[in-house]
Ligand binder design. Structure first.
Ligand SMILES: Cc1cc2nc3c(=O)[nH]c(=O)nc-3n(C[C@H](O)[C@H](O)[C@H](O)COP(=O)(O)O)c2cc1C
Ligand code: SF4
Length: 433
């Protein structure tokens, strides 16, 4: 499958995805990068493109650059966020490993547009192919770039990719998020205004700057415009990274990997920070951040995790909650104790050994933890739990009453990254074994 558009200029279009695209091939395929003199036009094109950030929150990229340009005064920092601590997502590491120069292009453009003289690539140290590809590419580009440009390997951990955690690590070697204000855009790396932007967002910006908003918007189904990287897992095949036209129905993408609605119990959308939905309800759902938000669903980092029929949604949720509790940075009480309590109670329910007040406890913690941490880590975890309470209501009830699962005992592997980062590609569908 994708690139679903025939256009050879999209993120995963062009040569093989198995190794980094060399600089000469990259330039021959896409042409030179617009210069700093074109910065105003670049920001206008970004605004017109409607590009939303792809790190999870979906904030408009053009608006973020403009706001930074107003306060940067030439000494801002660009932090290209390639931490990708989300275990269910692979798209950033695949992009950085295969298209390092496109990601660098986006960061250089951002620096020129907002007025930054320092670029930091913050890349998960476990993403070895990405670290290697970007390392070589940065060395090649350094002589032609007027900004200071460097890579810092992010520590392994879910919250290390959170914007303030990333800045904290670059400043002091401690990846724990810090309370805001001040925002990173006001006081970030070395106390300077810092634009934290996901690496996929930057790569899209590099294409939009070259080919324009009109070109970007040629792709897209229905009201949705543009393309996005997604990680598809739970199909019975290894997890895959795809570039889809936004608005492509979820079922079409899943069917392309051999999945069917009858064979799918539920879908996890947006990653461990996202939402569960019953498969039947979302099979025709357009994969589009705006349409999904209207339905209370999450596009997030583009993760689409299928939970096969005859697997246990309660067990799958308990595993995710345990992971989220373990990944708390351990400095805010509601996050530390709330997520642990939620994870333990969900595990007991999943295992058929719940205590009488476990379900009440799960509901209570889900309500009171939100908004009580220094970062949004607990908010994402309880949003996922709230969706599990809706989608798996009958299963939870069955577990509590009978001590067993209605479906079966094992849950599917949504943890795409546990199977490792070695990548194999077939056409534009990137399979991660
Ligand atoms: C717990 C947590 C973990 C996050 N991890 C990542 C990450 O690994 N990569 C990323 O790009 N954004 C991550 N984010 C989002 C960043 O804080 C930030 O919003 C993003 O990098 C901004 O880029 P964007 O506007 O291009 O999406 C995370 C957020 C939270 C709350
Ligand atoms: S809310 Fe949780 S993850 Fe975020 S800073 Fe506080 S303890 Fe750490």
């Amino acid at each position: 499958m994708l690139n679903t558009t025939p256009d050879a200029r999209r993120l995963l279009a062009g040569p093989s995805l198995e190794g980094p695209e060399p600089l000469a091939d990259h330039l021959a395929r896409l042409g030179p990068l617009p210069t700093a003199r074109d910065a105003q036009r670049t920001m206008s094109e970004l605004d017109a493109s409607g590009l939303l950030g792809r790190g999870g929150a979906g904030f408009p990229v053009g608006r973020k650059w403009r706001a930074m340009a107003e306060r940067a005064r030439g000494h801002a920092v660009i932090l290209a966020n390639g931490a990708e601590g989300e275990p269910a997502s692979l798209k950033d590491r695949v992009l950085m490993a295969a298209r390092p120069h496109l990601v660098i292009d986006g960061a250089v453009l951002a620096a020129d547009a907002v007025g930054a003289n320092d670029i930091v690539f913050y890349v998960g140290r476990e993403h070895e192919a990405a670290v290697a590809a970007l390392g070589v590419a940065i060395e090649q580009r350094r002589p032609g770039v007027r900004q200071r440009i460097r890579m810092i390997e992010a520590p392994i951990g879910y919250v290390a990719g959170e914007a303030s955690g990333a800045v904290h690590f670059v400043n002091s070697g401690d990846p724990r998020p810090t309370t805001s204000p001040p925002r990173m855009s006001e006081r970030g790396v070395n106390g300077r205004p810092t634009l934290v932007q996901n690496v996929e967002s930057l790569a899209h910006a590099a294409l939009i700057a070259r080919f324009g908003a009109g070109w970007y918007r040629e792709a897209g189904r229905g009201a949705a415009r543009g393309t996005a990287l997604i990680t598809l897992s739970g199909t019975g095949r290894p997890a895959e990274v795809l570039e889809i036209e936004l608005g492509t129905p979820l079922g079409e993408v899943a069917a392309g990997a051999g999945a069917s609605p009858a064979g799918t119990l539920a879908v996890l959308l947006g990653g461990y920070f996202g939402t569960w939905a019953p498969a039947a309800d979302v099979w025709s759902l357009p994969l589009d951040p705006a349409a999904m938000r209207e339905k209370g669903l999450t596009f997030g980092c583009g993760m689409v995790g299928l939970l096969p029929a005859r697997t246990c949604g309660v067990d799958a949720t308990a595993r995710i909650m345990s992971f989220m509790a373990r990944e708390s940075a351990g400095q805010c009480g509601p996050c530390v104790f709330g997520l642990r309590a939620l994870a333990d109670a969900t595990r007991r329910v999943a295992d058929g050994r719940s205590k009488p007040d476990d379900m009440d406890g799960i509901v209570r913690w889900t309500q009171i933890v939100a908004g009580r941490g220094a970062c949004h880590h607990p908010d994402g975890a309880v949003a996922l739990m709230a969706s599990a309470l809706r989608v798996f209501e009958e299963d939870l009830d069955h577990h509590v009453r009978s001590g067993r699962c209605r479906e079966t005992s094992a849950s599917a592997g949504l943890h795409a990254a546990t199977s490792g980062p070695s990548a194999a590609s077939t056409s534009r569908r990137m399979e991660v074994a």
